[in-house]
Design a protein around this ligand. Structure first.
Ligand code: C2E
Ligand code: MG
Ligand code: MG
Ligand code: MG
Length: 284
């Protein structure tokens, strides 16, 4: 009896693995065609100044609108795109499209920053800065309105290429932020020297900020550290009013999360910015 159920368990796992492998393969094959067929799109999530309540910019978050499966979130295909190297052309498409959108906002009188996530593969390419220069030139976007998000783990392998890329994009006037800060292994002295502009405190600390003393202490420490290094502190994953109040109390600069707006089409951010940024800001 035990043996039979053991065999069933084996078969169950083999089938589950097979289903996963097939899904993986179909995603990988689909990714190759998705770019040509224009199946990717970008949702933008607003970033709000906690001082003024104004919309400062938006993060560009890629989605895959699959013809049969519908909207696929990045967590389901970015890792596969990274393994196969397809993240390089996909990431370039995101960069170009985000620059085009931000340039359009600027032209419409809305000077919003667009933040684009970079993959390790992109940061390791010797032609990254050329790609950024081309995206800026073709869109006409002022480099000050482009922000590139890196993660701590991408900086651990601080090869010459990575360092040169960071130096070059900074020299263009592009802003740099460290995403998911607090979850990786940062060499803090090194972060201080890298001339990044912003630390984005990981969502895991923000989600239970009001209930968990450790999260509250870590968040307070990161904000203080950001300020002593002259960096902007950004909180991601802000879902309620209490968290906003707590972050204001801690002097956090910028917030992003479902409380202010879920990632959505560009015109939703535009509407929100038009509204929030024209209403007179409370004098601090
Ligand atoms: P991330 O860069 O840390 O992006 C933030 C993620 O948190 C987004 O998920 C966003 O929808 C989600 N989020 C925002 N506010 C809240 C909130 O209040 N509560 C909760 N529970 N979640 C919130 P999304 O869009 O699924 O993206 C997941 C990850 O995929 C991103 O994490 C980023 O690492 C990656 N990604 C997205 N777009 C790109 C891209 O164009 N290139 C690369 N390389 N990676 C991307
Ligand atoms: Mg990000
Ligand atoms: Mg993040
Ligand atoms: Mg994240």
């Amino acid at each position: 009896h035990a043996k039979a159920s053991g065999r069933n368990t084996h078969r169950f796992f083999a089938e589950a693995m097979n289903v996963e492998a097939v899904a993986h393969l179909s995603i990988r094959n689909g990714l190759r065609r998705a770019l040509e067929r224009g199946e990717f799109l970008i949702h933008y999530q607003p970033q709000i100044s906690l001082d003024t309540g104004k919309v400062m910019g938006a993060e560009a978050l890629v989605r895959w609108n699959h013809p049969e499966r519908g909207m696929i979130p990045p967590g389901s295909f970015i890792p596969i795109a990274e393994d196969s190297g397809l993240i390089v052309p996909i990431g370039e498409w995101v960069l170009r499209e985000a620059c085009r959108q931000a340039a359009q906002w600027s032209a419409a009188g809305l000077p919003l920053t667009v933040a684009v996530n970079l993959s390790a593969r992109q940061l390791q390419r010797p032609d990254l800065a050329d790609t950024v220069v081309a995206a800026l030139a073709d869109s006409g976007l002022d480099p000050l309105f482009l922000e590139l998000e890196l993660t701590e783990s991408m900086l651990i392998e601080n090869t010459d290429v990575v360092l040169a890329n960071i130096r070059k994009v900074k020299a263009l006037g592009v802003q740099l932020s460290i995403d998911d800060f607090g979850t990786g292994y940062s060499n803090l002295a090194y972060i201080g020297k890298l001339a990044v502009d912003k630390l984005k405190i990981d969502r895991s600390f923000i989600l239970d900020l009001c209930r968990n003393h450790d999260s509250a202490r870590i968040t307070a420490a990161v904000i203080q550290m950001a300020h002593s290094l002259n960096l902007t502190a950004v909180a991601e994953g802000v879902e309620d009013d209490d968290t906003v109040a707590h972050l204001r109390h801690l002097r956090c600069d910028v917030a992003q999360g479902y409380h202010f707006g879920r990632p959505g089409p560009a015109d939703a951010v535009e509407r929100m910015a038009r509204h929030a940024n024209s209403v007179a800001a409370p004098a601090a």
